[in-house]
Design a binder for this molecule. Structure first.
Ligand code: ADP
Length: 163
């Protein structure tokens, strides 16, 4: 079985994340979308909400499973018996951080390979942070996230977004 883990905060999951899921899932027998549950990192959406958004969006992709993890990525990945981590690359700005993470993960567990999928140009500007920023000022993000996520953002910021 060729299995891969696509890890991230997914706070919240965007159409850019889903584009990576749609493109990575046919490459592997199983793709685990792994949502980091790091209590030290301030998140807008609680882990249960982030899981629920991701599950709803991936329910029709049979080889995608949603899980959360609260430990070092390499430990979680190894426990699952997986050797491949999928990440998305948007711009040069992502590269430095992703490069550093891939190398530290390789140092910790040499058998783990990080595979990068380059963003679809359509989503290259899209990040969870920009979504939160726009939504916090009542901007319309309904083309960039799922209806459930847009609803969640409205709930958090009280109106505006997705209207
Ligand atoms: P993290 O907090 O670990 O960076 P994110 O949820 O922000 O987690 O992102 C998870 C992964 O998805 C990262 O590799 C990120 O570069 C990638 N990603 C996020 N948005 C996009 C996008 N619009 N296009 C391609 N990849 C993306």
């Amino acid at each position: 079985m060729r299995c891969a883990v696509y890890p991230g905060s997914f706070d919240p999951i965007t159409n850019g994340h889903m584009d990576i899921v749609y493109r990575a899932s046919p490459i592997f027998d199983e793709l685990i979308l792994a949502i980091s549950n790091n209590p030290g990192k301030k998140q807008l959406f609680a882990i249960d909400e982030r899981i629920s958004f991701a599950k709803q969006l991936t329910k029709d992709i049979p080889n995608v499973r949603v899980e959360s993890f609260d430990k070092l990525l390499v430990d979680y990945v190894s426990e699952r018996g997986v050797n491949v981590v999928v990440r998305g690359l948007r711009a040069v700005t992502d590269f430095e951080m992703e490069f550093q993470m891939a190398l530290i993960n390789k140092k910790l567990r040499p058998q783990i390979e990080t595979v990068f999928l380059v963003t679809n140009a359509e989503y290259s500007f899209l990040s969870s942070s920009i979504i939160k920023e726009v939504a916090s000022f009542g901007g319309d993000v309904s083309d960039l996230v799922s209806p459930k996520v847009a609803e969640g953002l409205k709930r958090k910021f009280g109106g505006g977004s997705g209207a």
